[in-house]
Design a protein around this ligand. Sequence first.
Ligand SMILES: Nc1ncnc2c1ncn2[C@@H]1O[C@H](COP(=O)(O)OP(=O)(O)OP(=O)(O)O)[C@@H](O)[C@H]1O
Ligand SMILES: [Zn+2]
Ligand SMILES: [Zn+2]
Length: 806
Amino acid sequence: MAEIAQVIVDVPTMQTNRPYTYQVPAQFDRQIQVGMRVIIPFGNGSRQVQGFVVGLDEQTEFDGELKSIISIMDLNPVLNQELLAMSQWLADSCYAFRISCMHTMLPNVMKTKTQRYLQIIDELSETDLFELFHGQDEILFDPENMPAETVSRLLKLKRQHQIEVTYALTDQAKAKFVTSIKPTMSFERYEEERSLLRASAKAQNKLLSFLQSILGKEMSLSEAKEITGLANSIFTTGEKKQWLEKDQLEVLRTPQTTLNSDNKVIPELTADQKVAVDAICESINQEKTAETFLLQGVTGSGKTEVYLRAIEETLSEDKTALMLVPEISLTPQMVTRVKGRFGELVAVLHSGLSNGERYDEWRRIERGEAKVVVGARSAIFAPLQSIGLIIMDEEHETSYKQDETPRYHARNVAKWRSEYYGATIVLGSATPSLESRARAQKGVYHHLLLPERINQQPLPAVQVIDMRQELRKHAESNFSTALLDAVKDRISRGEQSILMLNRRGYSSFIMCRDCGFVMQCPNCDISLTLHMDTHTMKCHYCGHEEGIPKICPNCQGHKIRYYGTGTQKVQEELQSLIPDAKILRMDVDTTRRKGAHEKLLNAFGNQEADILLGTQMIAKGLDFPNVTLVGVINADTALGLPDFRSSERTFQLLTQVSGRAGRADKAGAVIVQTFNPDHYAIKLAQHHDYERFFQTEMNIRHRGKYPPYFYTLQISVSHEEEVQAAKSIMEIAQFLKANLAATSIILGPTPKSIARMNRKYYYQLVIKYKQDNQLHSTLTQMMDQIQKQSRQGIQISIDPEPQHFI
Ligand SMILES: Nc1ncnc2c1ncn2[C@@H]1O[C@H](COP(=O)(O)OP(=O)(O)OP(=O)(O)O)[C@@H](O)[C@H]1O
Ligand SMILES: [Zn+2]
Ligand SMILES: [Zn+2]
């Protein structure tokens, strides 16, 4: 008997974590449950919004009058106890609003769509109203698609209280239904019906035999039409004659994968794999112990097989398994392997799914039909229950951290869930993040090693080419002689090459050779990027787009030139250097369409091309036996970034891309082109020496007081007026200095390296801290300020453990 509900209200502009109290009308008494979505009145007037029930009470004492819940949107809670508790923790630890955490955890379609209607209050006499309302009492208010003049006239009428606004919410979370048919009679009765037909009624005759063939079954109408080739009208006739019954059948929109299916032979484990699998399985079998393993295995050492065995064990214990991969569209081979092993039990969640597909996969998980979930970052919130195992492949990848609010790291969410269920965590990587490797060192994580490739296949030999020398020999080519010769050699042997163009912090822009003018975004402090495919200049921060100028907008000169190296330009150069090479290009431009990744990879896997040329997206997870050469066209770009992790990123990327070569019986080679051949990250990657890199980098981090020795937290402030932004970051800095522990260090405040974005000015400061009991409460206090200040247009964000410092 719940009479009072605590509701988190879904209004984005209302920045609070406080639940609101609503009356539960008697008719909903039995139905309402914590974790359901409800529609509630909010604010003045007739506004309706969505909310999430987070608490139910019986007490009726309350000062003042309570508003009542209007309706309940769900038959079952969409947030179970665990997810509700998690949303609370997530909001708290990420300094985020609970409503945005809830939305992050749920499929998109759980957001309601609000439409505004305008309604005439009294009788209408004026022609004005008649014209605006087209003679109706109510119209949809859609300011974006209405002439400005109409909008202002309508708003004026509203101010004069002639019309009022009403809100209608539509629930987008809809299951998909299709019409189905079912035979209603026995075989003999159908025979009787047949004898009554005229000889010319061939189609009906055919329908009768078909129905006889599917006795006791239900089938979708469209499938039945396809099988029989009969028209709709025949089925309608059949329904009228009561030969069949029509019904609504729910269909799940299951995403298809088009990647070549994996050979399903389950290999015998190597000795090292066995040690790892045994240790992990033992932990899975222990109830209620949340242990974390760091599985550090060189590229091609068979980490995936370890994951698969661990999943198998988890399922046999009647528990569920969650497997995260950095970006699923880039690792279709992984999905194929998991699906190949566990079939229908697998649900795949990723950004390429349509909203409907995502919703249906989500419900398959929620109902317990899918017991293994594979997905990218946000799949960590999959509504699995009794989780026994959480795997994070390539655990060092930055894509596990969300850059927008809530700024969570999937690894921390994994830890929370593993403690909730007593689940085992496996973090896998050839190049673990320094944070994780340091924890393994301390014994916080169990360290498991796969030091060798399968079949003792050697890691590829890496040759480093000094591009400063090369440029002296021949100007302005992206290809050294060594790399070109190696590629030609592979082509002549019928082997394949992967070439990577590192494009982080890299872009193509245009510049006037007369006056040096560079096209800038009118809203942001950065230059526009040239996109040859659409023939436009685009801002990668705010999305601003314009045409490519033919003459310089500054001096009207004609010497506009392209700078920077796009993959397309590199492809053209390579093609002219090796005219008969078959090149596949994989970058954002060629993979925009759904399924394009898989198509390209399939083609390459079928050896339809000699060379796969691409950006970082080709560095991960690819396992092609015929690839014996990997070339890195430019290893340096990440090194130039003002980020203390830039060496770590470079080392990780080089190791990972090198790992694509020589994975089967043919030996592999790697050629790395660089302007910094002596840099330790490049040298140590050349020698596959993770341990030395770890020691070297740890020393540097220790000296600089960086993670993993210190934690970091970034606070940014933005405002349309630079003075306002600067003023409030200074105030924050003062406040922090007065309240934080003496051991905590504040860096800044400074303008962000891109100081202006989307017409707003950005300032930031970074806190480095070891242990600071004051920090959390101080920052939470600051969150209250955010709520006050955001009303004046100032936006403050707190980012715990940011992964990018630019
Ligand atoms: N025990 C085994 N015996 C034979 N082949 C195996 C065994 N384990 C894995 N393999 C095969 O070895 C290859 C490399 O394994 P896998 O892709 O799992 O390596 P990985 O450690 O995940 O590599 P990377 O980090 O480079 O993605 C795969 O083709 C896999 O099928
Ligand atoms: Zn811009
Ligand atoms: Zn010019």
